[in-house]
Design a protein around this ligand. Structure first.
Ligand code: NAD
Length: 353
């Protein structure tokens, strides 16, 4: 298929691009190249004849329309977003502009493009919107999010993604656009921007810096390896039922503090230091509005599409630690030029340009 992937220079988008190329698809990557983008994630396929790149900003309707007309896709996988919760606390407007306004532009441009297609192509067309479990808010000690859980977003990031989900739903209901929505739990793996918990812990530890843990570290997240997420998205695109929502999760719940300790143990084994890296763990003020627990019931995608996570969390975390240890030039460039691991989300406005 000819795919248009938005946000393909990001963490998950680049994995989707790699996997789609490996599975024989033709891929156009639309990305604005914000601070979160890493074209280096795609250096191994840059020259591939089935890979194409268009620099375009979804906040600009004309650029978005031109990119779709040029790519002429059979399906769109929409991953581009402002994605870092802490930044959304400091600078919420850009989250509204990209995640809400950008998605509205993309839907508008996609509808016009699809309407221009011959009937058979129009019938085959799919629009997959990649969202997050954070739209459902926070759980107590028990329970799981299902596709029927009410939307109760708590951070500006989650609210902007929830709004985007609603727009996608509306374009499906009102204009008959064949849309599918996925809501996924926390991803981890190689190429993740150093602001997210797992790379932040690894990179703080090996640079001998305090490893900040928000609050008392009791918050629980479900972790999914990025390859499993990309596989789920391609399956939803190929075989999902239009108009449906699919929750995607790793069935791997961990308290943040336990995850941080596990990473320190893996680092103690992989790169022994005079003292355990866990000595660097430092509890800091909690994130405002910090959700307590997320957990996903991924039964629907498992029953309907036969998808299950393949990566065992311990193996996945070990491989991720090894990847960051082996790829210093990748993260050094980011830390030196774009993000020096300063605390975000504590109320100080930042620039996200
Ligand atoms: P990321 O921040 O690593 O990458 C986002 C990409 O989108 C970047 O390459 C950036 O340049 C691009 N982008 C941002 N604004 C744009 C705009 N206006 N126009 C065009 N491109 C733009 O994000 P990620 O972690 O790879 O997440 C991808 C998607 O998956 C997001 O929609 C996110 O909400 C969702 N998601 C992420 C996770 C997670 O754990 N990372 C979990 C569930 C869902």
């Amino acid at each position: 298929m000819k795919l248009l992937v938005t946000g393909g220079c990001g963490f998950i988008g680049s994995e989707v691009v790699h996997m789609a190329i490996a599975r024989g698809h033709d891929v156009t990557n639309l990305d604005a190249l914000t601070y979160a983008a890493n074209p280096a994630n795609l250096s191994s396929i840059d020259a591939h004849q089935r890979y194409h790149f268009i620099r375009a900003d979804l906040r600009n309707l004309e650029e978005t329309q031109a990119a779709i007309r040029s790519a002429r896709p059979d399906a769109i996988l929409h991953l581009a977003a402002e994605s870092h919760v802490d930044r959304s606390i400091d600078a919420p407007s850009v989250f509204v502009d990209t995640n809400v306004g950008g998605t509205a532009n993309l839907l508008q441009a996609t509808r016009a493009y699809r309407d221009s297609l011959p009937v058979d192509d129009r019938d085959r067309f799919r629009f997959v919107h990649v969202s997050t479990d954070e739209v459902y808010g926070s759980l107590g000690e028990t329970g799981v999010f299902t596709e029927a859980s009410p939307y109760q977003p708590n951070s500006p990031y989650a609210a902007s993604k929830a709004a985007a989900d609603m727009l996608v739903r509306a374009w499906g209901k009102t204009y008959g656009l064949p849309v599918l929505i996925t809501n996924c739990s926390n991803n981890y793996g190689p190429f993740q921007f150093p602001e997210k918990l797992i790379p932040m812990v690894i990179l703080s530890a090996i640079r001998g810096r305090p490893i900040p843990v928000y609050g008392s570290g009791e918050n629980v997240r479900d972790w999914l390896h990025v390859e499993d997420h990309a596989d789920a998205l391609l399956r939803v695109m190929e075989s999902g039922r239009c108009g449906e929502i699919y929750n995607i999760g790793g069935d791997a719940e961990l308290r943040n503090i336990d995850l941080v300790r596990q990473l320190c143990t893996l680092l103690d084994e992989a790169r022994p230091a005079p003292q355990s890296y866990s000595d660097l763990i430092t509890f800091v003020d909690d994130r405002p509005g910090h959700d307590h627990r997320y957990a996903i019931d991924a039964g629907k995608i498992s029953r309907e599409l036969g998808w299950r996570p393949q990566t065992d969390p311990t193996t996945g975390l070990r491989k991720t630690v090894d990847w960051y240890l082996a790829n210093e030039s990748w993260w050094r460039d980011i830390l030196d030029n774009r993000y020096g691991q300063e605390r975000l989300g504590a109320g100080t406005p930042v620039s996200t340009s």
